[in-house]
Design a protein around this ligand. Structure first.
Ligand code: HPA
Length: 274
């Protein structure tokens, strides 16, 4: 089964190489409402996910589903506008398929971005949070099952999932671009229902600052492959129970779109410092 996965990944890698000759050295996964940042790439090749063999296709509003490869801040960058989530019914291997492909394409730096709820009450909607660490509450791990050594080792270390070097680069870029950023721990929640206020209190006690439904499987798969990872959460809303109002997916998308300018500037500042 894993041999078959490796072959499926290689088939997608070949399909991308045929469409775009210059391999990317950086990949950026764009979270909910942030997908249009892909338009900032120059000399770009756009490949709809549906055109790539074996590539799982996203089914959520706000995830258009395209791979864009081009020049950005002086580097060859792959932007992944749209990702698949466990809550859509995809298996863990499918959720990290794109990351496997990026790794086999030669990407050495992966920037994972997402929309997240603010668990730490010091955060505000619209804040960009550099992820320092994560808590996996998804109940699954993308590395479960037979290990394929061509991807990485059986028991990869997770002491520093989010690279200290890249977090420092992000802080430098934020200061240079005048984009305020926070730092914190991201907890991955299965969804698709949002958390209850009691679950948010539980997450706060557990040490989480933000909560979302993605990113963690991708970060694990990337570290498995030895890829350096940076994570950025866009705090699109305060988590359930913090404010006296219900959560709405539209609010998530609206906030993410509102900070798009600052987000793209931060991303540019980061990539030009790599
Ligand atoms: N909870 C979980 N996922 C999210 C949230 C939230 O409050 N906001 C954006 N994604």
């Amino acid at each position: 089964m894993n041999a078959a996965l490796f072959e499926r990944v290689e088939a997608a890698v070949e399909a991308i190489r045929r469409r775009h000759r210059t391999p990317p050295d950086v990949a950026v996964v764009l979270g909910s409402g942030l997908g249009e940042a892909a338009d900032a790439l120059a000399e770009a090749t756009t490949i709809p996910y549906a055109d790539l063999p074996h590539w799982p296709v996203a089914r959520v509003v706000g995830h258009p589903g395209r791979l864009v490869i081009g020049r950005f801040a002086g580097r060859s960058v792959a932007a992944l506008a749209g990702r698949v989530h466990l809550y859509e019914g995809h298996g863990p291997a499918d959720v990290v398929f794109a990351i496997r492909v990026m790794g086999r394409l030669g990407v050495r730096v992966l920037v994972l971005t997402n929309a997240a709820g603010g668990v730490n009450t010091a955060l505000r909607a619209g804040t960009l949070m550099i992820i320092d660490d994560h808590i996996n509450l998804l109940g699954v791990n993308p590395l479960a099952g037979e290990n394929d050594e061509r991807f990485g080792p059986r028991f990869p270390d997770m002491t520093e999932v989010y690279s200290r070097r890249l977090r420092a680069v992000a802080d430098e870029a934020a200061a240079a671009r005048g984009v305020p950023v926070a730092h914190g721990v991201y907890a991955a929640w299965p969804g698709p229902s949002y958390e209850t206020p009691a679950e948010i209190r539980y997450l706060r006690t557990a040490g989480a600052d933000a909560v979302g439904m993605s990113t963690v499987p991708e970060a694990i798969a990337a570290r498995h492959m030895g890829i350096e990872v940076l994570g950025i959460s866009c705090i699109t809303n305060m988590a359930a129970g913090v404010l006296p109002q219900p959560l709405r997916h539209e609010e998530v998308l609206d906030t993410a779109r509102r900070v798009r300018g600052a987000f793209t500037a931060l991303l540019e500042g980061i990539v030009e410092r790599l």
